[in-house]
Design a binder for this molecule. Structure first.
Ligand SMILES: [Zn+2]
Length: 269
């Protein structure tokens, strides 16, 4: 018990240290988080197929799904449900990952959703996941899934460095161009929209054509996505969301949905 207590206090102070570096490390993301409408507009128009296929190829994306199924055998076969907040620590411990969940508030804190560290030299023998619980529980569950996504795809994509992978709410566009981040986000999208659901939302006549694309979400798809997110995460854009978070979560909803659309039309997943 003594060893564990010591170990967990080492992790706690490491999380504090890393959080203290977040405002500096995420300067451009913090800048972007002050202009949420711009990110929203950019994500809404962007053709995800065109950007994603330059970052991860067909076989790599299928390998990402194969690795993730070692943790979630039903990923993309059935609707995965968010674990209760109290279950995160047990899931992380089952994966042999250090886990911390604390609220990190304030304008700078809220820009951060969480982080993943594969290892930090001798300080960490196991990977570390941190999630910011100052966010809506539905957003926290997406963050947890993204960070576990890093863990399950790490073997495949072999990060060269042991750097900290911060997840800022305003960095969705950057994720599309980074194989490690895109793989983690793809896991979230597949968990949120299994193939059968994705086909009913996205495989409609306006998507017929020779060239796969995923650009403007048609209104019918958007309506279905919005009600699915409300049912799955409890995030209701018509209801009372904490001030300043609506744009952030809306950008996330559009990002994961378009990513899912691209996974279907370009990667046939
Ligand atoms: Zn990440």
């Amino acid at each position: 018990m003594g060893a564990w207590a010591q170990n967990s206090s080492v992790v706690e102070s490491l999380v504090e240290e890393i959080l203290a570096t977040a405002p500096q490390m995420g300067r451009s993301e913090l800048e972007a988080s002050r202009k949420p409408r711009e990110e929203l507009r950019r994500l809404a128009h962007l053709d995800y197929v065109r950007v994603m296929r330059r970052t991860l190829g067909y076989h790599e994306m299928r390998a990402v799904l194969g690795e993730a199924r070692k943790v979630w055998p039903n990923l993309n076969r059935a609707q995965l449900r968010s674990p209760a907040p109290g279950q995160y620590a047990a899931i992380a411990s089952g994966l042999n990952v250090h886990f911390q969940a604390t609220p990190y508030g304030g304008p700078e804190g809220m820009a951060l959703r969480g982080f993943y560290v594969s290892k930090l030299g001798r300080m960490l023998k196991r990977p570390l996941i941190y999630v910011n619980t100052a966010h809506h529980p539905g957003a926290v569950s997406a963050t947890f899934c993204h960070e576990v996504g890093h863990y399950v795809t790490a073997k495949l994509l072999k990060p060269e460095s042991d750097e900290v992978h911060f997840f800022f709410g305003s960095a969705h566009y950057q994720h599309l161009r980074d194989p490690l981040e895109l793989a983690a986000d793809a896991v979230v999208s597949l968990a949120a929209y299994p193939e059968s659901l994705a086909r009913t939302i996205f495989a409609v006549p306006w998507n017929w054509g020779l060239v796969a694309r995923a650009d403007e979400l048609p209104e019918q798809a958007f309506i279905r996505i919005r009600s699915h997110v409300k049912e799955l995460c409890g995030i209701d854009f018509g209801g009372a969301l904490p001030i300043g978070q609506s744009f952030d979560y809306l950008a996330g909803m559009i990002h994961y949905a378009k990513l899912r659309w691209a996974l279907l039309s370009e990667y046939d997943l």
